[in-house]
Design a protein. Sequence first.
Length: 115
Amino acid sequence: QVQLVESGGGLVQAGGSLRLSCTTSGCTFSSYNMAWFRQAPGKERDFVAGITRGGNTNYADPVKGRFTISSDNAKNTVYLQMNSLKPEDTAVYYCAGGYLSYNYWGQGTQVTVSS
């Protein structure tokens, strides 16, 4: 079965950086569109960044210029490089993927940014 496993979350001070990884198995990774979402306490899950199977990327406005999504087909892994982190970036970050829609989700990784 398809599995997505996130890693790389943690506690960081404002202005710092983190890199999240999402490693997939049980799927043809190169044929999937992949994305990162996040959910802060008491809020809905929001789109953060996406990368298509063709390598096109898009970002939510709050993270443009600070976050970068990338993928490595050889490692079946998608990354989210997060720079200039702010306290409002604190959330559980989820990896999602699929062929036509985001059918598969990881369990999430906590990112906490202290002020």
